[in-house]
Design a protein around this ligand. Structure first.
Ligand SMILES: Cc1cc2nc3c(=O)[nH]c(=O)nc-3n(C[C@H](O)[C@H](O)[C@H](O)COP(=O)(O)OP(=O)(O)OC[C@H]3O[C@@H](n4cnc5c(N)ncnc54)[C@H](O)[C@@H]3O)c2cc1C
Length: 480
């Protein structure tokens, strides 16, 4: 066994070799690297991690451990009940395996920040070093500020500044780590075997739809940016088309980095950040949305504590109706596009972006059910569940968050359906009860055996919600 001072690399949602700054920089010391992954049962429960997502992580770890082994980097797997037990576990691993420091890539929700601070403090107090890198975002939180040095709550202004700053910075992805010395390749204890790591956790295998791995992710990125990105602008709102990249699961577990996505999009757009092909330009804008919500979760940590970003909306009289909530969850609302979307989520672990907005507004604005219940349900189902994007999307839809459009931001789900699924192709795919209806009826079906009648009057509920929003007093600190 070696006696070198190796570096411990703590892998989390960055399950890849390429463009992984923590892994890359650790590999540069030439002293060897030990990688570790910790499954924290408290986080699995508290953050309502979907069984589909956990299985996706499991499948990624299987591939990654073999790829790391080829580079002489052993992967240790640990399980821990409580997040606050993690620092001690990592420190004893580092000591046992002769590591003199720990590297990791930052995660931004409050619980994760607190956990990482505790790890960093313990390592430093124990005479070891730690280094934190940024890979989950293109520009790190804190970098995009307005003229007064304040964070943005409005996307368009954030994007303008983001484009200015990002286009001035080098964006080259890091290469994969080089092969490490052979005598650094072993560990005393590899921890919990992979086939036992998820023993206490519900898993859902969606491998046919979502094959795991960095190679798969890069191939999908190439397919999208070489073939479909140029039609993104036209196709992206139509759920029956494969108009979007469907890369979100890979970005969520980190088998792909946003910087790799940006580089591929820039190549497709002949190096132009703004302008150029409208598809590529719009898609780059989606990567900015992604950064935006990560920044929001750091700048406004109250959103990590189940609080509305627009404080005055905390007074909104949300309903807590378990039966209505369950009809929505099961795709039995009687509004075909909402039901098709909710069933897409249940069957595939993923939902088209336009439909995420449609079902979120239906839950919050027509059923008037608390957005936090929808947020949690999404996390429990989504293979791409990501705290910042999910919370941001829910608060945006509920008008409690960023770009807090006035209270009237309410989609009519039927109008959306007629516009974005004009032939009813998507509805028929997921709601077989309606498959024989003609195009004209599929959005507003007559009574059909086995299919529910609309559970709510869309017009009346919309009006009622608007009235209730009007009664809220806008606070002085809102909507900066
Ligand atoms: C209520 C609600 C909940 C959401 N929950 C999540 C979630 O848990 N995880 C998640 O990754 N996205 C979430 N989104 C954002 C968006 O719906 C998905 O990122 C997108 O549908 C993923 O599909 P795609 O990879 O084909 O996206 P593309 O259209 O190809 O976009 C490329 C990438 O940009 C990012 N992106 C795109 N739109 C957004 C957005 N509005 N906000 C943040 N990032 C974006 C994603 O990483 C996406 O993979 C949510 C949106 C809403 C309205």
């Amino acid at each position: 066994m070696n006696t070198h001072n190796r570096t411990l690399v703590w892998l989390r949602n960055d399950l890849r070799l390429r463009d992984n700054p923590a892994l890359f920089h650790a590999s540069q010391t030439g002293q060897g690297v030990v990688a570790v992954y910790v499954l924290c049962e408290e986080f699995v429960q508290r953050h309502v991690m979907a069984p589909a997502r956990l299985d996706f992580i499991r499948r990624h770890l299987t591939l990654l451990s073999a790829e790391l082994a080829e580079l002489n980097i052993p992967l240790v797997l640990l399980r821990e009940h409580k997040a606050m037990g993690i620092p001690d576990k990592l420190l004893s691993l580092a000591r046992r395996e002769n590591c003199d420091g720990i590297y990791f890539n930052a995660e931004y929700p409050l619980d994760e920040l607190n956990r990482d601070r505790a790890v960093a403090d313990l390592f430093q107090d124990s005479g070891m070093h730690f280094k934190r890198f940024h890979d989950r975002v293109i520009l790190p939180p804190g970098h995009v500020r307005n003229g007064q040095g304040e964070p943005y709550k409005v996307f368009t202004a954030f994007k303008r500044r983001w484009l200015q700053l990002a286009s001035e910075r080098p964006m080259d992805p890091h290469p994969a780590p080089p092969v490490q010395p052979e005598d650094t390749a072993r560990v005393h204890d590899a921890g919990v075997p992979l086939n036992k790591l998820f023993d206490q956790t519900a898993l859902r295998d969606l491998s046919e739809l979502w094959p795991a791995g960095e190679e798969e992710a890069l191939q999908r990125l190439a397919d999208f940016t070489e073939e479909r990105i140029h039609r993104y602008q036209q196709d992206r709102d139509f759920p029956a088309l494969a108009g979007t990249s469907e890369l979100s699961p890979y970005l969520a577990v980190g088998s792909l980095s946003p910087r790799q996505c940006l580089n591929a999009a820039l190549r497709a757009n002949r190096g132009q950040w703004d302008g150029g092909n409208p598809g590529a330009e719009t898609w780059i804008g989606e990567l900015v949305w992604r950064d935006f919500y990560q920044h929001v979760s750091v700048d406004f940590p109250e959103v990590c504590k189940h609080k509305a970003l627009q404080r005055h909306t905390e007074a909104f009289p949300w309903r807590w109706d378990e039966d209505d909530l369950n009809d929505w969850r099961r795709g039995r609302t009687g509004i075909p596009i909402v039901d098709a979307a909710m069933r897409q989520l249940a069957q595939t672990g993923w939902m088209h972006n336009r439909l995420r907005m449609v079902v979120a507004m239906f839950l919050t604005k027509n059923l008037r059910i608390d957005w936090r219940l929808g947020e949690a349900w999404f996390m429990s189902q989504l293979i791409d569940g990501d705290f910042a994007a999910n919370n941001g999307g829910w608060q945006w839809s509920a008008s409690t968050g960023t770009d807090a459009a006035p209270y009237f931001r309410i989609f009519n789900p039927v109008t959306q359906s007629e516009r974005f699924d004009p032939e009813g192709t998507f509805i028929r795919k997921y709601v077989p009860e309606l498959k024989d209806l003609p195009r004209k009826q599929v959005h507003r079906p007559p009574p059909v055996a086995g299919y529910p009648r609309p559970m709510v009057d869309l017009k009346a509920s919309r009006k009622e919600t608007i009235e209730l929003f009007k009664q809220l007093n806008q606070g002085p600190n809102d909507d900066a």
